[in-house]
Design a protein around this ligand. Structure first.
Ligand SMILES: NC(=O)c1ccc[n+]([C@@H]2O[C@H](COP(=O)([O-])OP(=O)(O)OC[C@H]3O[C@@H](n4cnc5c(N)ncnc54)[C@H](O)[C@@H]3O)[C@@H](O)[C@H]2O)c1
Length: 293
């Protein structure tokens, strides 16, 4: 555990929030989990419980570790319940207005010394920091999905992030067993600057009829040795998140090469957001995923 941090509050109990809660609890931190939706909060806690149980049955953690981690996680009773946090990690929907609203709510409640981190995939850390009352204690802490499995977190400093905040964040991420890649504060940082245009290009390949869903994913799995096809990966990330990141690249870098594929826009407009919605480039509502094109 990092010396200064004992209690971690996580805002947003979706795919990422539940995963971050999981690794924090296993590393010995007390965790308070919050979501605007009580259903999503319950679902996040259930996901965490299920992942810990799978890790136990596959022998990756002991029964004592599983029980201790579970006992360290509690749901917040409203935003006020986040007050004891030494570190708050914001993992709400990838939408700047949503994140600004979260910061406006939590800043008056938190200890003035508490650090705030955002798990944003693409939004400017400097801009988000300016929406808080503590730009010097604010940092980008970009975990990868699924958090319990992926080894990396990108750390991104805003223009005002103090060295002490950066060092503390490094110690914290390391204490979770993650490796760090330091990125400068540019749209989508490093991983998504490279990954997301590849996914967007796969969607263009589908849109232009070069191949169907199965052919495109098979081509990249077997032809480029990617562990997952790009369309399967897009569904896994969430198509709303993919679109938000492409929009941030397109607008932030003012370059037409980042234009979001119209087919991606259409899927998001349909509410076909990928695995979390039961349908995206694949339909997950039966036992085996079925391509939707
Ligand atoms: N999905 C990925 O692969 C991935 C990877 C790295 C980072 N991220 C980033 O993590 C963040 C969350 O992504 P996700 O995939 O977990 O999304 P998600 O849709 O699974 O979860 C987002 C959660 O935020 C909650 N929320 C929305 N407004 C809120 C508010 N005002 N207060 C509290 N909770 C609120 C929603 O109810 C939802 O449960 C985004 O910034 C995203 O870019 C995602």
């Amino acid at each position: 555990m990092a010396d200064e941090i004992k209690t971690v509050a996580i805002v947003g109990a979706g795919q990422m929030g539940a995963g971050i809660a999981h690794v924090c609890a296993l590393a010995g931190y007390d965790v308070i989990l919050h979501d605007i939706s009580p259903d999503r909060l319950q679902a996040g806690l259930a996901t965490l419980e299920g992942t810990l149980a799978r890790q136990r049955s596959s022998g990756r953690i002991s029964e004592e570790e599983r029980q201790a981690a579970l006992a360290r996680v509690r749901p917040a009773k409203g935003v006020e319940g986040l007050a004891p946090a030494d570190l708050l990690i914001e993992a709400a929907t990838e939408d700047e207005a949503v994140k600004r609203k979260v910061f406006a709510e939590v800043c008056p409640i938190l200890d003035p010394e508490a650090m705030i981190a955002t798990n944003t995939s693409s939004i400017s850390i400097t801009r988000l920091a300016a929406a808080t009352d503590r730009a010097e204690r604010f940092i980008g802490m970009h975990f990868m999905n699924p958090v319990p499995v992926m080894e990396l977190a990108e750390l991104v400093r805003g223009i005002a992030t103090e060295d002490s905040t950066f060092e503390e964040a490094k110690r914290f991420v390391t204490s979770l067993g993650k490796k760090i890649a330091v990125a400068e504060d540019f749209p989508a940082f490093m991983v998504n600057r490279i990954l997301m245009p590849m996914i967007n290009e796969a969607i263009y390949t589908l849109y232009e009829g070069v191949g169907n869903v199965e052919a495109i994913d098979t081509a990249m799995r077997l032809g480029a040795h990617h562990p997952m096809g790009p369309l399967q990966l897009a569904d896994f990330i969430g198509l709303d998140t993919c679109l938000s990141i492409m929009q941030m690249l397109y607008e932030g870098l003012a370059d037409s090469k980042y234009r979001p594929c119209p087919l991606l826009v259409k899927y998001v407009e349909a509410g076909w957001l990928g695995r979390k919605a039961g349908r995206g480039f694949y339909d997950y509502r039966s036992d085996e995923p079925v391509p939707t094109r």
